[in-house]
Design a protein around this ligand. Structure first.
Ligand SMILES: [Zn+2]
Length: 407
C-alpha cells in the first residue's frame, strides 16, 4: 500500500474496515518499548488490551521485577532476557495510563487490566503464593480500587494450574479461595467500572494441567458471583478433544445467570490458538507420550540422537498421549512448587480451592450425574461448615504439576 501524508491512499485490492480491538494480549512488556506492537498492527488491530490471565507488570515494586518477568516468561513463553532488557519499569499502582500525556506516541492504543498475581506480589511480596491475611486482602482491594481509578480497564484472574512461571511456580491466585475472589470483586463493584477476565481452572482440560471437568466448578462461581455482583465478566471457554461438548452446559449456566442479572460473556476464539513448539521449548507435542518423557531430561544433542533411532520413533508414535507427569528435574516440578501447595492446605481453618478441586474430582461422578454445574462449590461449602479438614499434604504432593503454555 502506498500513501503520503494528506494524500490519497491506494487501497486497491485491499479491505477497508474498522480496526480490531484485541481483548486478549500479553503485550505488557513489549508495550513499553514498541509503539507499533508488531505483529498485531499488521493484522488490523488498533487497540490491544493487556494484563490478561492474572499476569502482568503493574502494580509492581522494584524488588519484584525479575519475579514478574519469570512469571510472564513461563506462562507465555516470552523470553525473559528480552523482557529484562526491554521493559521500562514504572512506579505506582498503575504505571501506564492509556493515552497519558508524556507517554511515547503509539500506533496502537493500549489498555490494561489489573492482574491478580501482580497485586498479590505487590502486597504480599515473597508470600505471594500463600493465602492472604485479612490485612493483605485489605491492601489488595485498595490496590484494585486505585488501579481502576488510575484508568485500568478491569482486573484478571489466572486459575489454571497449567500456567506456571519459568521455574515452575503456579501463578499467584491460581488457588485463591472464594473469600479472596469476593473481596476483589467487591472492590470492582464499588468502583463501578471494569471487566473481570478469568482464565478458569480446567481451561485446557486434563492435558492443560487441571483436573478433568474442573472448569464446571469455575463456571458455577463465575455465574453465581456474576449474578451477585453484576459486574461485567468474561472467561476463556475453550474446548478440548476429551470433552468437546462441555461448552454446552457452561453456556447454559451462563445464560441462566445472565437472565437473573449477571453480565457474563464466555470468551471464544474463532480458531484454535497457536504456540511455538520444539525440542528446545517447554511445549512439545510428544511430551504426553511416555517414551518421549523418558528422554526429556537429556541434553538436546543426546535427545536428538536418541530420537533418530527408528525403534524409538516408532515407539513414541505408537503410544497414546496421556496426561502423565513430565519428568522432574527440569523446570516442571521444582521442590518449591511441591512445598508451595501444602502450605495452603496446612492452614486447616479455611477450605482452599485446591482442596475443593480435589474433592470435586473425587465426587465427580455423582456431581456429574445430576449435571449440576452449581453443585461443586456449594457441596464443598457445606462440608466446610461441617468442619471437614484440609486434604493432607501428601495428597497434594500427588497432584500432577505439568508445565504448559497456553493463551
Ligand atoms: Zn492469556
Amino acid at each position: 500500500m502506498t500513501a503520503r501524508p494528506g494524500g490519497p491512499i491506494d487501497a486497491d485490492g485491499l479491505t477497508v474496515k474498522p480496526g480490531f480491538v484485541d481483548i486478549h494480549t500479553h503485550f505488557d512488556g513489549q508495550a513499553t518499548w514498541d509503539p507499533h506492537l508488531t505483529p498485531s498492527c499488521w493484522h488490523g488491530v488498533t487497540t490491544a488490551i493487556m494484563g490478561n490471565c492474572g499476569i502482568g507488570f503493574a502494580p509492581v515494586r522494584p524488588d519484584r521485577h525479575d519475579w514478574l518477568i519469570e512469571l510472564m516468561e513461563g506462562v507465555e513463553d516470552i523470553p525473559g532476557s528480552a523482557l529484562a532488557e526491554g521493559i521500562t519499569w514504572g512506579v505506582g499502582v498503575l504505571r501506564r495510563v492509556p493515552r497519558r500525556a508524556g507517554e511515547m506516541p503509539r500506533a496502537v492504543d493500549v489498555g490494561t487490566q489489573i492482574p491478580q498475581a501482580a497485586v498479590r506480589a505487590y502486597v504480599m511480596g515473597d508470600r505471594a503464593l500463600d493465602a492472604p491475611t485479612a490485612d493483605d486482602l485489605t491492601a489488595m482491594t485498595q490496590a484494585v480500587t486505585d488501579g481502576l481509578r488510575a484508568g485500568a480497564l478491569g482486573m484478571s484472574f489466572g486459575r489454571t494450574a497449567g500456567h506456571r512461571s519459568a521455574s515452575g511456580q503456579p501463578v499467584p491466585g491460581t488457588y485463591s479461595d472464594e473469600d479472596e475472589l469476593v473481596a476483589l470483586m467487591t472492590a470492582m463493584a464499588e468502583a463501578g467500572s471494569g471487566v473481570l477476565q478469568v482464565v478458569p481452572a480446567g481451561v485446557g482440560g486434563e492435558m492443560g494441567g487441571d483436573q478433568r471437568h474442573s472448569i464446571d466448578g469455575e463456571v458455577e462461581w463465575i455465574s453465581r458471583l456474576g449474578e451477585r455482583f453484576r459486574i461485567p465478566m468474561t472467561f476463556l471457554a475453550m474446548v478440548n478433544e476429551q470433552d468437546p461438548h462441555d461448552w454446552q452446559h457452561w453456556f447454559s449456566a451462563v445464560r441462566t445467570a445472565n437472565a437473573a442479572g449477571a453480565n457474563v460473556r464466555p470468551q471464544v476464539a474463532s480458531r484454535a490458538f497457536g504456540m511455538l513448539m520444539g525440542h528446545q521449548s517447554r511445549m512439545n507435542p510428544f511430551r504426553h507420550r511416555r517414551s518421549y518423557r523418558a528422554l526429556m531430561d537429556l541434553p538436546l544433542d543426546q535427545r536428538v540422537q536418541a530420537l533418530r533411532d527408528p525403534q524409538m520413533k516408532a515407539r513414541i508414535l505408537a503410544e497414546t498421549p496421556d496426561a502423565g507427569d513430565t519428568p522432574s528435574g527440569r523446570s516442571t516440578q521444582p521442590p518449591h512448587v511441591q512445598a508451595a501447595l501444602p502450605l495452603r492446605a496446612r492452614g486447616g481453618e479455611s477450605d482452599s480451592t485446591t482442596n475443593r478441586r480435589l474433592r470435586q474430582h473425587r465426587g465427580h461422578r455423582s456431581a456429574r450425574a445430576s449435571r449440576s454445574v452449581g453443585g461443586h462449590l456449594r457441596h464443598s461449602a457445606a462440608r466446610r461448615r461441617q468442619g471437614v479438614s484440609a486434604v493432607p499434604a501428601v495428597e497434594l504432593r500427588g497432584q500432577r504439576l505439568p508445565t504448559i503454555s497456553t493463551t
